[in-house]
Design a protein around this ligand. Structure first.
Ligand SMILES: Nc1ncnc2c1ncn2[C@@H]1O[C@H](COP(=O)(O)OP(=O)(O)OP(=O)(O)O)[C@@H](O)[C@H]1O
Ligand SMILES: [Mg+2]
Length: 251
């Protein structure tokens, strides 16, 4: 399988929300929440965008305290943390400000993305520290997680009132599944098999990729385009709902 990034409809959804956030009326409303079910490409798209824009990308940990979080933030910007929390906070403000100015000069959008934010969804201290940064600097902080992010955050009105954009990631569309298969799979795949994959994966990109691997393995052992008929009876992917293998049905 090719290791490429595929431009799916969630990419456009994400980019348009970032651009709306940039054009917001209230400067302090610079928090954004990205949520959606597992395997819908939240991490991949946000990480890809962070690289394009030289933005900060962090993955929250279950045990994060504000001190640990700020140290990781500093390390991600190649700044050696000082000892006290106060000093670290100031170092982070300076480094974020400098990165944000640099991005502006380059015509890019700076942001801090926190993936797996569910881990700190109930930690008022961590969330408040992030709010302090964004209030001071008015730079976007993007919280990425599962659907309970919204519920958790809504318990903290000072945070939820600063959320300028919510983006929900949706399952891959028919066009997305075609793009994923055509751009990632190293063997020729028949339309009928792509349609079957669309149906059984229900647009979950993680499953789509698992199926592409299976199709590729089959295609490399057998000549010609891999069609539904050719692959009938073979396992395409494992269902995330019940762990059972989903086999290709001939019709
Ligand atoms: N646009 C894309 N192009 C290529 N591969 C992708 C794309 N989006 C997702 N993938 C692949 O799909 C799989 C699932 O994506 P990802 O881990 O980003 O989902 P997620 O929404 O963050 O899931 P979780 O909620 O479990 O963290 C990964 O293997 C990833 O490489
Ligand atoms: Mg993820």
């Amino acid at each position: 399988m090719k290791n490429s990034f595929v431009n799916t409809s969630n990419v456009a959804r994400f980019m348009s929300a970032v651009s709306d956030l940039q054009n917001r009326g209230a400067g302090e409303a610079c928090l954004m929440v990205v949520d959606g079910h597992p395997g819908l490409s939240k991490t991949t798209i946000c990480h890809w965008w962070a690289i394009q824009n030289n933005a900060v990308f962090l993955r929250a940990k279950a045990e994060w305290t504000p001190r640990w979080m700020v140290r990781e933030l500093l390390e991600s910007m190649n700044v050696k943390p000082r000892h006290s929390f106060q000093d670290c906070f100031r170092q982070a403000v300076d480094a974020l400000m400098s990165r944000s100015n640099q991005a502006q000069i380059q015509g890019k959008t700076f942001a801090v993305i926190i993936d797996e934010v569910d881990h700190i969804g109930k930690s008022a201290k961590c969330l408040e520290t992030l709010r302090d940064f964004s209030d001071l600097l008015e730079i976007p902080f993007i919280f990425v997680g599962m659907q309970k992010v919204r519920d958790n955050i809504s318990r903290f009105p000072q945070i939820s009132s600063r959320i300028g954009q919510y983006v929900e990631f949706f399952p891959a569309s028919r066009d997305d599944v075609y793009s994923l298969v055509n751009e990632l799979c190293e063997v020729e795949v028949g339309k009928d098999l792509i349609e079957f994959l669309l149906e059984v994966s229900r647009g979950r990109v993680r499953e789509v990729k698992e199926a592409i691997m299976a199709i590729e393995r089959f295609g490399k052992r057998n000549n010609g385009t891999v069609t539904r008929k050719a692959m009938a009876g073979e396992t395409l992917l494992n269902s995330r709902d019940n762990g059972q293998p989903i086999k290709v049905r001939a019709d």
